[in-house]
Design a protein. Structure first.
Lengths: 298, 269
């Protein structure tokens, strides 16, 4: 009797399932399946199949790995990410903390520092080109300050580290705003009581920052790191505008293999590498940051 | 206390200068006479300002048609992205349903994944589907990129509007759809407009997919990349192009400033 009642109630609940949300969500999921999941599988598929016959082969990967630009492209992509991402996170954190301290004028400061989120990698590259090029603003400032008499050629193959530095500076200028917004929204989720409690117990500003704010901000820091690292491996227009192909990068090589050598299959091999690297990085960060948590608990 | 305030302000001024100075310089470059840009010693502020450099860029072959293409693609992107993902944003705000977290995760994955490199396999598919070198093809990819942003803004907009108002309208005899259109929609419009503007910028700025997926029907970024790489465009063309591309960004940040945090403020937990 009692069992029957429970069953009846369950049946009734099942019958009352509201299908509306599923119908509303369906277009998004279907669209993502066709234009996001399918091409992802297709990237792998193209990378491991022959351009003419479609038969399975590793020839595309061999062609990619045998190319003169491949090894430097991997190296420079990692190098650029390794320099740019920590700088973006550090500067983004400083800006977010400044805004969150709510000094008079903080909202104007927020909008100002957020401007670069509306600026493309291409435009950012062209802007910094006007600074770093031979007759550019950097040389103009140096000359006006009396530091040089002849222009210094910054963007040259002879100083590859300068080329990388120019890319990193441009990427930091452009993409710090995204990190800052992620971290700022994370900061605003932290209840004020935590800070009040910390100061009641006599913690100074720096100790509060280190022991209260940063640990609580960890999920946002994690998101910022993952998003920025993955995007750093797709860096394209900034590199192209500042250095052409002098500094090869993964996305750039995918572009050249597609447009210049007309091989969508080798280009897809590059896309596949970027996908695998991104997945590995995401998992790596999640692992790394979770282990920290365990260590702290232990 | 005052020392601390001094520190805060000087840090803010330095950072503001770091963000602003390159924007000022590209503006100077875009309105300097061509000769000033190539002479040495290089003058920072030209002896007179001129439209000559900007006009040279705008009148260069292909620029105006590609600007038109960019605008068309951006508008198509807004239409596609909203048709597809505004309902999802509404559902995520208004319903608690099984699988809600999975949907959230799928949408977040799109934001975090290297979606632009997917344009290479897509180009192959688009040739088969007859979408290659067509503006709607580019718009579809841009819509894929903007779906996570449109969904979160739309969702946050509807979370901010009390459902009780809709319910009140329904008790007064209007259907759920009527209640939505007459009561919720007018209040949601500013937020939805912000989402549309952001989508416009995202599409206007996107380089890689547009470059891969077009050949004759270039968008502006695709045209500039091509003229820099293949045609070796002169410096003053590049500077003017850079300024031209940045212009919308400045206006747009002002328009959507209230939603800046919603756009990026999603955290993986």
């Amino acid at each position: 009797m009692a069992v029957a009642e429970v069953e009846l109630a369950q049946v009734a609940r099942r019958a009352r399932v509201d299908w509306a949300p599923y119908l509303l969500v369906l277009p998004t999921l279907a669209f993502l399946a066709v234009f996001f999941v399918y091409p992802m599988a297709q990237a792998i598929g193209l990378a491991i199949s022959d351009q003419q016959t479609g038969a399975w082969t590793l020839a595309n990967f061999r062609r990619m790995a045998g190319d003169l630009y491949f090894a430097p492209a991997v190296r420079y992509s990692i190098l650029i990410a390794a320099f740019a991402v920590p700088l973006q996170v550090a500067l983004g954190l400083v800006i977010a903390l400044l805004v969150n301290s709510r000094f008079p004028g903080h909202s104007a400061f927020l909008y100002l520092t957020a401007i670069p989120i509306g600026i493309s990698d291409l435009a950012a590259g062209l802007i910094w080109l006007s600074i770093f090029t031979e007759r550019g603003y950097l040389n103009a400032f140096l000359q006006a300050a009396g530091a040089v008499t002849e222009p210094i050629i910054f963007l040259t193959f002879e100083h590859r580290s300068w080329l990388v530095a120019a890319i990193v500076i441009t990427e930091v200028w452009r993409a710090t705003a995204i990190v800052m917004l992620i971290l700022l929204s994370g900061l605003q989720l932290i209840p004020k009581d935590y800070h009040e409690t910390a100061s009641v117990f006599g913690a100074g500003r720096w100790r509060t920052l280190w022991h209260v704010t940063l640990p609580l901000l960890r999920p946002s820091l994690q998101t910022a790191l993952i998003i920025r690292t993955i995007l750093a491996f797709q860096v394209f227009a900034t590199v192209i505008t500042l250095t052409g192909r002098q500094i090869p990068v993964l996305a750039g090589e995918a572009y050249f293999w597609y447009t210049l050598y007309r091989s969508p299959n080798v280009a897809s091999s590059y896309a596949a590498i970027i996908l695998v690297l991104s997945a590995a990085i995401t998992l790596g960060y999640l692992r790394l940051l979770r282990q920290r948590e365990l260590e702290m608990a232990a | 206390m005052t020392l601390r305030r001094l520190g805060v302000y000087s840090a803010a001024v330095v950072i503001a200068a770091w963000v602003l100075l390159p924007l000022v310089l590209i503006t100077l470059a875009a309105f300097s006479p061509r000769d000033t840009l190539y002479e040495w010693p290089r003058r920072i502020i030209p002896d007179h300002f001129t439209l000559e450099t900007m006009l040279f860029f705008v009148r260069s072959a292909g620029v105006l048609p590609s600007v038109l293409n960019s605008v068309i693609v951006a508008v198509l992107t807004i239409i596609v992205a909203f048709l597809i993902s505004a309902p999802a944003g509404y559902a995520l705000a208004r319903y608690r349903f099984r699988g809600r977290d999975a949907v959230n995760l799928a949408i977040l994955a799109t934001k975090m994944f290297p979606a632009t490199v997917l344009s290479i396999p897509l180009a192959v598919a688009f040739i088969r589907w007859g979408l290659y070198d067509r503006l709607i093809g580019v718009a579809i990819v841009h819509a894929t990129l903007s779906i996570p942003f449109v969904t979160v803004i739309v969702s946050s907009v509807f979370v901010g509007i009390s459902f009780e108002l809709e319910e009140a309208a329904m008790t007064l005899g209007s259907s759920r759809l009527q209640a939505f259109l007459r009561v919720t929609m007018p209040m949601a419009l500013p937020g939805l407009a912000a989402a549309a503007i952001f989508t416009f910028v995202l599409s206007w700025n996107e380089v890689f997919a547009a470059t891969i997926l077009t050949l004759n029907n270039r968008t502006l970024p695709a045209l500039i990349v091509n003229s820099v790489l293949a045609a070796g465009a002169p410096m003053h063309y590049r500077f003017a192009g850079g300024f031209f591309m940045v212009l919308p960004a400045l206006i747009i940040i002002l328009l959507i400033r209230r939603y800046l945090l919603t756009l990026w403020g999603v955290t993986v937990r």
